[in-house]
Every structure is written in structure tokens, then in C-alpha cells.
Design a protein around this ligand. Sequence first.
Ligand code: GAR
Length: 226
Amino acid sequence: MPTAGRSDKLRIGVLASGRGSNLQAVIDAIEAGSLQAQIALVLSNKKDAFALERARRHGLTEVFLDPKPYTGQPDSREAYDRAILDLLKKHEVELVVLAGYMKIVTAVLIKAYENRMMNIHPSLLPSFPGLDVQKKALDWGVKLAGCTVHFVTEGVDEGPIIIQAAVPVLEGDTAEMLSARILEQEHLIYPRAIQLYAEGKLKVDGRRVVVAGTGTKGTEALISPA
Ligand code: GAR
């Protein structure tokens, strides 16, 4: 039974470390009505993350949680994640959305939010996990790059894939040019993945995410070079 005055929309908690353009895409989708969710909390491990400023501009609850007091402890990363978990619980977060959160998440959070924590990564996983992935894609000579939204598991960038977008690599691309085109797609697929979750359409079956209602739509191949 929802509490009086409290919206029953999916409550999401966004963890971000940087400029927060994916957070902005989620905010915009909510404000445009294409994403039925509410942002209960924006949390950053970086005091000057522009993501926090974006949250303030939209009147959202935002928190900078300083990792420093937790360093030096034998289980410092877990202790930090326990503090995050307390905040997520306090704000009744149902789905955790990692949006450029550049800190390894430990089992403390992953177990508490099993199949309820998403990440976006700027490559077509399982190709190019980790960092500097657009440069790695160019160095490898792939013709299609892209981005992936996946559930978070303990293996970094390894969780079950929810949605991907492919982006052609063009002649003369730099890592910055390719990143910019991938980012445009990130901003489309992240809100979409969250909306699918909000609608209860995602079912994790081992490594696979079964997406209800997708049928055989979108069978056209993207060929690169065209
Ligand atoms: C995005 O490109 C996101 O895919 C990437 O960081 C960027 C954050 O941008 N995440 C990762 O590489 C995680 N492995 P944003 O702060 O503007 O959303």
C-alpha cells in the first residue's frame, strides 16, 4: 500500500562520479514522461562531480559520500559500500543505476541489489571491458562499436546484458569522435532499459535477460562500412 502523498513510481538511486550526462538523460526522460520512475537519490564519490550539480538544478536529493574516512580500514571498499547501502535503504531505493560511477562496487551492494543494479558501459560487451574502451576499439580496428546496459555482477562489466546499441566506426574517427557518437546512444538506451525494468519486462535467466514483448522487431542488420 503506497503511503499517502508518496508516488508509487519506481524509486531509483543514481551513482555517478563525473559529468553526469547519463544522469541528465534519465532526468530528461522522466520529465518528458517517457520514463515512469523517480530519482530518490543521486550519490557521488567525487565532491565536484557535475552530476551533483545537475541533481541540484532539478531539485533532487544529492549526496557526496567522501570515501576518505573509509580508507585504511582492512575492508575499506566494503565499509564504504555499507555506508552507501544505508543511504539507499534510507531513501527506499528499488533500482540502483550506475551512471559513470568509476569505483568498483563490492559484493556488499551487489548482493543487496542482485538483479536490481544496472550499469552502462561504452562498448559492445563482452568486447572491451574496463577503461579507455573507445581507443581500444579503434586500435583493434572494429567496424562496429557501441554501448551496453547490463545488470551488475561481481565480475567487472560481466553481468547479464539488457540492451545494446551499435555505432559504426567511421574512417578518420578519433576516440573522442567515436565516444561522442556512442554517448548519444547511451542517452537513448539507458532510460529505455530503466523503463523496461519499471514495466517488469526484464527477467534474468542465467546469463540472459529475457525482455518481454520484444518479439522479432528490429531484424535489420547494421552494416559498417555501409
Ligand atoms: C559514459 O560513457 C559511461 O558509459 C562510462 O562513463 C561515461 C560517463 O559519462 N562508464 C564506464 O566506462 C563504466 N565502465 P557521464 O558521466 O556523462 O554519464
